[in-house]
Design a protein around this ligand. Structure first.
Ligand code: P6P
Length: 346
């Protein structure tokens, strides 16, 4: 929880490594390089308005979505910061169609990195919080210095060794887990470093917020509709009605959910039976953080990190947050399973 100690992220990473004498230090160096990339991205995000790098880069990403310049810049920054570090054998990004090769002359490491370089890019031009999301897995092919493969990337979320996000809001934060709880760091611009601001984040068992795009309600399955109506009913014994908070940047909505509890939902619906969010570099890392903070992360029916990936950019529904709130949601959404499965089998 809140900490009064003055600990930089570098010191924290070193301390955490010290707890694992068997660690080679490769993982620590990976996190250190990733932190550098976040420092560069946050600088560009902070000066976007001044540097006139807002607006479209004139490109389209793999999903046919207009790419804004900051997206492209963030993507390049992470790739440049990580590809020669010697920790990775492959990477994947929302902004890149396939596997991102580690250069031939670069040393190949034991990990793979998947990331969304700038989540919430539709909010860039209106100065609403955006973020970077990352997921780290250990390669499954032999760690023999060879390049990684799609098999190394397409692993279920429960196999992640680290996950986290950077949040470019009123302050810049870095929140991550290596499987031993969730720690949060806040950037001090005057010193140019991240300082530990909360250690061992735990979310409440139940919250008072729900977070969903009500504009999609016309497409919701019956169970989803009944659950949201349930949350809006007056019942002081169960703290209802809940309040709606929806920023439209998953990292920001999840950050609030981590701190205050409640629910974040991007459910399956009749128009998008697999939801919208991407499994590999949005849902899996966010789900690991939610679980590490004592919450639950599902696809509406089962633990989402059990999902066996079939492609880099596949979408998956996400219903996550405080344990008691998610359990309530699952009871309602059970009614939607058959209709949803019928749609995805078409
Ligand atoms: P909608 C941002 O584009 C994003 O991928 C997530 O960060 C966010 O939660 C979601 O899309 C918002 O989608 O359909 O509500 O605008």
């Amino acid at each position: 929880m809140p900490t009064s100690k003055l600990i930089t992220i570098e010191r924290h990473i070193a301390d955490q490594q010290h707890l694992h004498p068997e660690a080679s230090g490769e993982f620590s160096r990976l996190l250190r390089d990733l932190t550098l990339a976040v420092r560069v991205i946050q600088r560009e995000v902070r000066r976007a308005g001044l540097a006139d790098i807002l607006g479209l880069a004139g490109e389209e990403n793999v999903h046919g979505e207009a790419v804004k310049k900051l997206d492209a810049l963030s993507n390049e920054t992470i790739i440049r910061a990580m590809r020669y570090g010697g920790h990775l054998c492959a990477m994947a990004s929302e902004e890149s169609e396939g596997l991102i090769q580690i250069p031939e002359r670069a040393e190949k490491g034991a990990y793979v990195l998947l990331f969304d370089p700038l989540d919430g890019s539709s909010n860039i031009d209106v100065n609403v919080t955006i973020g970077t999301i990352f997921s780290v897995l250990h390669r499954v092919t032999p760690s023999d210095g060879t390049v990684g493969t799609m098999e190394d990337l397409l692993q279920a979320g429960y196999r992640q060794v680290a996950a986290g996000y950077a949040l470019y809001g009123s302050s810049t934060m870095l929140v991550y887990t290596t499987g031993d709880g969730v720690d949060a760091f806040t950037y001090d611009h005057t010193l140019g470093d991240f300082f530990l601001s909360a250690s061992g984040l735990r979310m409440p068992e139940r919250g008072k917020y729900y977070s969903i795009n009500e504009g999609n309600s016309i497409n919701w399955f019956g169970g989803t509709r009944r659950f949201v109506e349930y949350l809006k009913q007056e019942d002081s014994a169960t703290g209802r009605p809940y309040s709606l908070r929806y920023i439209g940047t998953a990292v920001a909505d999840i950050h609030r959910t981590l701190l205050y509890g409640g629910l974040f939902l991007y459910p399956a619906d009749r128009k998008s039976p697999n939801g919208k969010l991407r499994l590999m570099y949005e849902v899996n890392p966010l789900a690991m953080l939610i679980e590490q903070a004592g919450g639950m992360a599902t696809d509406g029916w089962s633990r989402v990190m059990e999902t066996q990936p079939t492609s880099l950019h596949q979408r998956v529904p996400l219903i996550c947050g405080s344990r008691l709130d998610v359990e309530d949601a699952l009871r309602f959404l059970a009614d939607d399973r058959a209709e949803r499965d019928a749609l995805i089998q078409q």
